[in-house]
Design a protein around this ligand. Structure first.
Ligand SMILES: [Zn+2]
Length: 223
């Protein structure tokens, strides 16, 4: 096993073609690298190729550094035991922060929505990450989401207002409606974000100002 010595690129030979030839005779080829990069969100085939050739020509240390960071983050990351946001500790920094208003709970689909809402600096409560949205066509019902965990959280009465901030699309709306119907009879104030978010899109793609305004202008779901 292993490459013939002649195929291994020598130091000082910057040509990407020699590096890709060398990789082709190992288990992982440059094509594999392009394929893997192309799987990343937002990276098309051309970008994948560009990144791959950049990496193949880079100094080994410059490639190892981001690779190490990637592996370390992936190893350490877990989900907050309270809100299911990504966290490096048992509880995320938002749940640990005593300055956050415990009476306000924003329910989102994914942890990336937490990032989007945090960017607006408009919301000072805490979050609950459902892990998706109700979508019968994909076989996702309420029991596939962290709704049971939400109910457990609400049991102590500390939360008085719940804000379902799901994506402004069919699945997100279905999820928000389900939550409103379930939570309103419990005496909780359920508020919805003000309109203005781009319909059909993802919450995470809304710009900060629009999302911030939607939070500031939220109103009772019964209105
Ligand atoms: Zn948390």
């Amino acid at each position: 096993m292993g490459c013939p010595a002649s195929a291994v690129p020598r130091a000082g030979r910057p040509a990407a073609s020699s590096a890709s030839r060398a990789l082709r005779c190992t288990k992982a080829s440059s094509e594999d690298l392009i394929d893997e990069l192309g799987r990343l969100p937002g990276v098309g085939p051309k970008s994948a190729q560009r990144i791959a050739f950049h990496l193949l020509q880079a100094e080994p240390a410059d490639v190892r550094r981001p690779a190490d960071v990637l592996i370390e983050v992936k190893d350490k990351v877990r989900f907050c035991s309270i809100c299911f946001n990504v966290s490096q500790d048992e509880q995320c920094r938002i749940c640990r922060d005593p300055r956050r208003d415990r009476a306000l709970l924003c329910v989102v689909e994914e942890y990336k929505d937490v990032v989007a809402i945090e960017r607006t600096r408009e919301f000072r409560g805490r979050y609950h990450v459902l892990g998706g949205a109700i979508s019968p066509i994909d076989g996702i019902g309420p029991e596939q989401l962290r709704i049971r965990e939400l109910m457990i959280r609400l049991a102590d009465g500390a939360v008085t207002e719940v804000i379902p901030a799901t994506d402004p699309n069919l699945e997100g709306e279905a999820t928000a409606t389900y939550l409103t119907r379930m939570l309103s009879p419990m005496g909780l104030r359920v508020t919805r974000l003000a309109s203005g978010l781009p319909v059909g899109g993802d919450l995470e793609y809304a710009d900060e100002v629009t999302l911030g305004r939607a939070f500031a202008g939220r109103r009772s779901a019964d209105d």
